[in-house]
Design a protein around this ligand. Structure first.
Ligand code: ZN
Length: 263
């Protein structure tokens, strides 16, 4: 038997439990006899995680939900295997993530980034129930509110439970955010709105999908929003930018016939 290292009442995180980095954050939420997992990570760590859960004295038959915060391979590659080991659990994801998972979409999930020579397995899986904004998950006597927080990708979900927010890839402790990529459906204006929502909420703790848990600090969120606000107007972000002011300047200079070499 292992002793439970609860981060907060009702909440464990499997990297924290193991005291070493296994992959993305894998949160185990429990109440009474029921428990659930928020993300599962790569397939090759599933057995170890499920074994740890068994040793923490959570009956495997009482797993109610296996949740995908979104459909990135580092969060969901192990979902099919986890469902095989935990057949009583219902798999839950946003409709866009459910589609990517059912299709085994290799681009949207980042299983394949041909230009970087990245190609890994992405086992397809049918999601049992599609969830989104306003849904409430019940677990024992706990209630988790589902927040749809698009930006990193359309399907990004966050889950509020009391003063905690399982915040996915929205924001990390160093103020970095989940990566911004056109092929991933990233949307910078939507991302800023999601961060604003988190900022304006009265949650006290953010439980991200990568890196340590941290107290919600508006300075961290403001710094991210300021960066993203600039990104919206920068060529660096390609088709994710909403405009590029230099092109307007260029239009004017071309119309005026300005000579760049004239002093
Ligand atoms: Zn991630």
């Amino acid at each position: 038997m292992l002793s439970r290292r609860e981060l907060f009442p009702h909440v464990l995180e499997m990297n924290y439990q193991a005291r070493r980095r296994l992959g993305c954050s894998v949160y185990l939420v429990f109440d009474e006899l029921d428990w659930m997992l928020i993300d599962i990570g790569f397939e090759d760590t599933v057995s170890e995680i499920v074994d740890m859960i068994r040793q923490l004295d959570f009956p495997l038959a009482n797993c109610r939900y296996l949740i995908a915060t979104h459909a990135d391979v580092d969060h969901v590659q192990g979902l099919k295997k986890a469902k095989e080991l935990l057949p009583s659990a219902e798999t839950l994801a946003h409709p866009a993530a459910a589609k990517a998972l059912a299709d085994g979409d290799r681009i949207l999930t980042y299983a394949e980034i041909a230009a970087q020579g990245i190609a890994i397995d992405m086992p397809a899986i049918q999601i049992d129930r599609q969830i989104g904004e306003g849904d409430v998950l019940e677990l024992g006597g706990l209630k988790l509110d589902v927040w749809q927080t698009p930006g990193h990708t359309e399907s990004q979900l966050a889950f509020r439970q009391g003063n905690l927010l399982f915040s996915g890839d929205n924001i990390y402790r160093d103020s970095c955010v989940g990566n911004i990529d056109a092929h991933h459906g990233s949307d910078i204006p939507a991302f800023i709105k999601s961060l604003q929502r988190i900022r304006d909420s009265d949650v006290e703790w953010l439980l991200p999908s990568h890196g340590p848990v941290f107290r919600k600090d508006n300075a961290i969120l403001d710094a991210a929003m300021r960066r993203l606000d600039r990104y919206q107007h920068m060529a660096d972000f390609g088709t994710c930018a909403v405009d590029w002011p230099l092109l307007d300047e260029w239009d004017e200079e071309l119309a005026e016939g300005i000579d760049p070499t004239a002093e």
